[in-house]
Design a binder for this molecule. Structure first.
Ligand SMILES: Cc1cc2nc3c(=O)[nH]c(=O)nc-3n(C[C@H](O)[C@H](O)[C@H](O)COP(=O)(O)OP(=O)(O)OC[C@H]3O[C@@H](n4cnc5c(N)ncnc54)[C@H](O)[C@@H]3O)c2cc1C
Length: 295
């Protein structure tokens, strides 16, 4: 279905296409290579309003029902890219993937959460994207839709690190995440009261089947950072067959280990801002693990 943009917007955007399936959306992009996809529009319209982007056309993803929910697949959940933050924040979703639900509840004010989507958060790939450290800790995989019904998979960490890119005309269709049936935590520091962008955030998941602790730190670098040595060290301290408890000193040391790995020294003496950020990351990591182990 193609509609024409209102008169006032025509100098910027020539046409808006509203496909009802993922493949139709890919076709629309192929037919109009200068058009850009738009889901909730919360990031895209900010760029248009700031004069940073003048798309020749828009392919709206809001009418594609197949990507607005989720389904189960071999111990995983296949999340549609069109899931809004508001939908992911609801209790039924939180019971499945608690850390992603917590990140969704923290993503901006209500009007942003009602419109903004998982796929938009990933494609924008802002350092402050709240879903991103959680997806990195979950080792999520993106299902990409391309021309002629093609599907390919990219680990989310590859996309965020720039190791693999979306090709022209491709769309993020789904995000596959493992259902771990174990505690998970998302924590975010904003430096202010109420909704705000993260100064630092952490997504932490326990993976009892692999006897693993996985944590990713967001907002301190262009992409979420995984402190792999700290993860392995702390996982080796946990008695996975008994009560999963750690002494306060071990939690403290984990926080410091994560912070040192993710916020490196920058100069001598280390600038006060760097020390403060490291302190914040250490506290978030310690609290996240403490909460996961006592949930
Ligand atoms: C006031 C304000 C506060 C905000 N606060 C937060 C916050 O606290 N935390 C946070 O994480 N984010 C925040 N955001 C950012 C934004 O809301 C999120 O990143 C949101 O998830 C973007 O989703 P969207 O559907 O609106 O994306 P859109 O704006 O529709 O699209 C963003 C980009 O992704 C592309 N895109 C969208 N869907 C797809 C797809 N399926 N496949 C390929 N490309 C796609 C678009 O072409 C565009 O380049 C805030 C934004 C605003 C304006």
């Amino acid at each position: 279905m193609t509609t024409h943009a209102p008169q006032a917007a025509q100098s910027v955007t020539q046409s808006v296409t509203l496909p009802t399936s993922l493949d139709e959306a890919v076709e629309a992009l192929a037919a109009m290579p200068a058009a850009v996809p738009v889901a909730g529009g919360t990031d895209l319209m900010a760029s248009v309003n700031a004069g940073l982007l003048r798309p020749a056309g828009l392919v709206g993803l809001g009418k594609i029902n197949e990507i607005r929910g989720w389904q189960y697949q071999d111990g995983h959940a296949l999340l549609g890219a069109g899931l809004t933050h508001a939908r992911m924040g609801r209790p039924d979703f939180a019971a499945l993937i608690p850390a992603l639900a917590a990140a969704a509840r923290a993503a901006g004010p209500p009007q942003i959460r009602n419109a903004g989507t998982l796929g938009g958060n990933i494609a924008t790939a802002a350092p402050t994207g709240d879903a991103l450290p959680v997806l990195a800790a979950l080792e999520a995989v993106l299902i990409i839709a391309g021309p002629d019904g093609a599907r390919r998979e990219i680990p989310v960490s590859h996309l965020l690190a720039g190791r693999e890119m979306l090709r022209a005309g491709e769309l993020i269709g789904y995000v596959r995440v493992p259902l771990l049936h174990a505690p998970q935590v998302f924590l975010k520091a904003t430096g202010r009261t109420g909704p705000g962008r993260a100064i630092a955030s952490v997504g932490l998941v326990l993976d009892p089947a692999r006897r693993g602790v996985r944590i990713a730190v967001g907002a301190v670098a262009p992409m979420p950072l995984r402190p792999l040595e700290a993860e392995q060290w702390v996982a080796s301290l946990i008695d996975w067959d008994a009560e999963r408890r750690l002494a306060p000193e071990a939690l403290e040391a984990f926080g410091e280990y994560v912070a040192a790995a993710c916020v490196p020294d920058q100069g001598d003496p280390v600038p006060a801002g760097v020390l403060q950020l490291r302190r914040t990351v250490a506290v978030l990591a310690r609290r996240a693990l403490g909460r996961a182990l006592t949930s």
